[in-house]
Design a protein around this ligand. Sequence first.
Ligand code: PBG
Length: 329
Amino acid sequence: MTATFPGLRLRRLRQSETLRAMVRETRLGVADLVCPLFVVPGKRVRREIASLPGNFHLSVDELVKECGRVAGLDIPAVILFGIPESKDEMGSGAYARDGIVQQAVRALKKQLPDLVVITDVCLCEYTSHGHCGVVVGGAVDNDRTLDLVSKTALSHAEAGADIVAPSDMMDGRVAAIRGMLDGNGFTMTPVLSYAAKYASAFYGPFRDAAGSTPQFGDRRSYQMDPPNVREALREVRADIDEGADIIMVKPALAYLDVIRRVREECDLPLAAYNVSGEYAMVKAAAREGLLDEKRAVIEVLTAIKRAGADLILTYHARDVAAWLREGSG
Ligand code: PBG
């Protein structure tokens, strides 16, 4: 009988890095990463985002250069967020044929055809009130928003987007987008659905970066209530039934249990969004000398994979890709 101490010694397999690597259960790879990028109007604009150090507001020309670096690091995909010249009640910049994201996608697909370009489909960066949908009588109107998010998704597909990613959390948006894409010949454009997206405090730095803080109220009538996990599974099932190709849980770190539950209950590829506040926390603590940035980042992202994610959207993507390349991951 060796299954108990002193026969059992779990430390045997921890004696060297080579041994530890041989029995490692979860591996973080550069192919798992998606790099979020912010595109703004203008030329030669490369402005660091104060709330997201190491990330920039980029004009289309600079975005193409940055994506060249991203692709050079073997990161397979980027997700684009647009900051328009001007905002209005209906978020018309989101679905304008010549909108900022549409221009960016066209330029990227021309210059870097192999880089997978995902577009965030939402109205909040484009509406004057900062909500993710059409506001009627002080509330976000679900069904009227569906038309606009589907038009947005179609305009991204027409520009050449490889994957569209609705993040608005309206009911029925995946079906509406799928129908719109299919009806216009984009039957092969996948939908990555932000299926379980919570009303989280961890989006703070992003909202500064995108200027998308709601001007009144908050997003709790459409984003999920953080204490709920069964409801996340209902959201996921609904999006699968409506035709989603990839499912996302967001945020990641405070929702590892949600990632695990979704992983166990669904067969689709699963993405997790390591959001702006999670990034900012690590950066701030590292800057204060409170933790080792590289080790902390690798540990966090590996935990997100261990929980069950296949893909991770993260502002750390470029750093991680460089560390993995050095072999120090
Ligand atoms: C747009 C959107 C948000 C994020 C991604 N898409 C902001 C929000 O819902 O307020 C957050 C990303 C991050 O915090 O990194 N709806």
